[in-house]
Ligand binder design. Structure first.
Ligand SMILES: [Zn+2]
Length: 99
């Protein structure tokens, strides 16, 4: 079976609109262990928490409506050489839990 997955989205900076659903709710993903302040205010500040396990191919932004991940442009070369790294996306359930 030749499974084809569409290319992920890349951007230089946080896009105003989600490239997939045009939602304006694109959030920056903050990695690392969050303090209580950040946990309490994450939603209001338009960020989502990415957890403390940082991989080589983690997205920088994420749509809070459709869960589309957007990667920084600098990861494009990595994607072209090692697309498998990008297939290990965290599940939608993971993101819903921390929303
Ligand atoms: Zn979206």
């Amino acid at each position: 079976m030749n499974e084809t997955k569409p290319d992920p989205y890349f951007a230089e900076r946080k896009p105003r609109r989600c490239p997939a659903c045009r939602s304006l709710h694109v959030a920056a993903i903050v990695y690392g262990y969050p303090g209580p302040e950040l946990l309490a205010s994450a939603g209001a500040r338009g960020i989502v928490l990415g957890g403390c396990c940082i991989g080589p191919a983690d997205p920088s932004w994420r749509c809070r409506d459709c869960d589309t991940a957007i990667y920084h442009e600098r990861l494009r070369l990595l994607y072209e050489s090692t697309p498998d790294l990008f297939r290990r996306e965290k599940s939608s359930a993971f993101w819903r839990r921390i929303r």
